[in-house]
Design a protein around this ligand. Structure first.
Ligand code: GLP
Length: 239
């Protein structure tokens, strides 16, 4: 695992964007693994800018997002579909973008379909990750095992609390989500995890120095041959 620490949040985002730009430039038909949350915002802003300036062409790229809430309409402003449209999809020219459908009538079939679509696309070349305060990646919450495939998750109180800031009230935050599993994330050829802010410092420390344990799902990334952590000073302060 490589770890790079930057002075500012802006630098973290731009450093992540550099990795995406390099992949897309050397392999124009890259399969990109995308994430939501506040962490990727700077990266997406930079990718949109480079696309606008004619430096980056995504027209042969396909993307798969990590996760989506269950039971929230796609058009809801807090859905991850809406987030991705606003922060990336409307500003670049990806050939096709996929997110899991959190409203599918048969979620087991939807999970299998999503994993099969990633395999059919050739697997993820570069996966972007944030990290939850409890060490989650995607919506793989702390537990006593790593779940391999895409699956439906009951969100923990800590995650519901953390995501409450996007919604009008805590009651509105969905209690369940659908997420790529740890097997799907670990199958990516390359992984970049971004974390900013002091409230991520313990999760980053546990992921980097603690046991490899499903209690801290991000710790599994230590077993991945091509993972890079991009951190600001605050998120890195315990390591
Ligand atoms: C959410 C997402 C994760 C994300 C995490 C951190 O729960 N499902 O994919 O990494 O929160 O979010 P943020 O970057 O806003 O701190």
């Amino acid at each position: 695992m490589q770890i790079h620490v930057y002075d500012t949040v802006e630098q973290v985002g731009r450093a992540a964007a550099l990795l995406f730009a390099a992949r897309v430039t050397e392999k124009p038909d890259s399969v990109l693994g995308l994430a939501t949350g506040s962490s990727p915002l700077g990266c997406y802003e930079q990718l949109r800018a480079w696309h606008r300036e004619g430096l980056l062409d995504f027209s042969k790229c396909v993307s798969f997002n990590l996760d989506e809430y269950c039971g929230l309409p796609e058009a809801h402003p807090c859905s991850y579909h809406a987030f991705m449209k606003e922060h990336l999809f409307d500003g670049v020219n990806l050939k096709t973008s996929y997110l899991p459908d959190g409203n599918a009538p048969d979620m087991t079939a939807e999970c299998r379909r999503y994993d099969a679509a990633i395999r059919a696309a050739g697997g993820i070349d570069l996966q972007l990750l944030g990290i939850g305060r409890n060490g989650h990646i995607g919506f793989n919450e702390p537990g006593d095992r790593f779940v391999y495939g895409t699956h439906v998750v009951d969100l923990t109180p800590s995650t519901i609390q953390a995501n409450r800031r996007f919604f009008e009230s805590e009651d509105e935050v969905p209690r369940r989500a659908v997420s790529l599993g740890i097997g799907g994330i670990m199958a990516a050829k390359e992984i970049v995890l971004i974390a900013m802010g002091e409230d991520k410092a313990q999760a980053v420390y546990d992921a980097v120095h603690g046991d490899v344990t499903p209690r801290v799902q991000a710790s599994v990334l230590r077993a991945h041959p091509h993972t890079v952590f991009l951190l600001d000073r605050e998120a890195a302060k315990k390591i």
